[in-house]
Design a protein around this ligand. Sequence first.
Ligand code: ARG
Length: 495
Amino acid sequence: MSGEDMEMKHRVSDQQNGSIAAKEPPGVETMQLKKRVGLFSGVALIVGTMIGSGIFVSPKGVLREVGGVGPSLLVWTGCGVISMMGALTYAELGTMITESGGEYAYLFKAFGPIPAFLFQWTNVILLKPSSLSAIALSFAIYVGQPFYPACVVPDAVVKFLAAVCIVLVTALNCISVKVAARIQVFFTAIKVLALGVIIGVGIYSLAIGNTLWLTPDKAFQTGHTITISDVGLAFYQGLWAYDGWNNLNFVTEEIENPVRNLPLAIMISIPLVTLLYVLANVAYFSVMTPSELLASGAVAVTLGNRFLGVMSWVVPFAVVCSTFGACNGSCFAASRLCYTAARKGHMVEILSMIHVKLLTPSPALMFNSFIALIMIIPNDFDAIINYFSFAAWMFYGATCMAHIVMRFTQPDAERPIRTPVIFPALVVIASLYLIVAPIISEPDLWYLYAAIFILAGLLFYFPFVYFRYNPPFMKYITMFLQLLMNVSPPTEAPK
Ligand code: ARG
């Protein structure tokens, strides 16, 4: 069944199952998400989600795995190249399939509903909320630190502040798409500026002669021999900092002139972030030795303390702004995935609705944040992120495969942008490596649990989607929530 057929069927069933149909408020022509994302906010949505907390803390993780300055810089550059190849592949996919939802829409078109369902199930229930809470927790640590100068911030305080951040970002996103987009631009500007300061410090430090660890013979002195799996783990650390390169593809329907702005935003954002990240690393290595970097809890803060004197508060402040902006972008994109999946009947109906006046997908936004709030509770779910990075790369790989497959299965589809097939092919190879290397080097039951979780989606797919079982009480719950939240299905499928 094609995507359109599925959607039609779903809409017809909407009317039968008793949800309240949309009544357009006066002055609103059609009730649907508006095209509010221009080139500028598109760039902000990518750059502002990619730059979160990673670049301020992950350099340590990369260095730990590969043991030397030169290999670290190569890994950071390599992560940028992989992200760029992925994003260019997504530029073709996003202009060919103009539906929101990112990978979900592309997997649906290429491989049908089941892979798409498993993608959205894993992402909506686990990956998107867990990355939102991870970023919110970093935000909380940096906000709390000034109040506890002599010790670590108590756990309860961190969790409370992270929850406040999630609730705030969700509220802003529910109130207005325009406000969310502006906030994204504002915080992106701050974080780019902050990285500029760090890079400036680096340039100054290089200029006064701190170049020891960047000279060829020192740079390639590694503490240990680098194994294949070390490289894989280093890439995971670096790629977390680059994660978010696909964020604009989740909101394609809301981009003004997507055929121009989507690829352009991608081509501006990823090279910009790569440049900033590599230069920031050069700055770190100029200011501290590898062993000092490994001993530091947060590299950027150490750099600030050494070189910025009374202005050293600038760095933690920048991390606060950066993580807040990344939460905003993450929330924005995740809700659109959930919304698109619900529109196709792959999630409960209420999640496909938008607020009748504010025209924001508030149920999807709240659902994503609700799970993120629950995920703040466990103490250390860094592990979850690690094990699930492997799930994330499975889907990136599968989506690049979808690009290649559709060149054969849908050769005549209109493709305003054609990305050379070598790019998705290389990403597929990279993702295979990223999935397999850690499993082979350190087999862990968690990888199995992750795989079981993904497949467990089928337990929901068959009864509720395939056989369309709709428990009778659902329509009352939907109606109740509709009235409570003042939401309604969009009036017409966006073009
Ligand atoms: N790259 C971000 C950081 O360094 C994390 C992005 C998480 N991914 C996402 N799609 N929200 O903090």
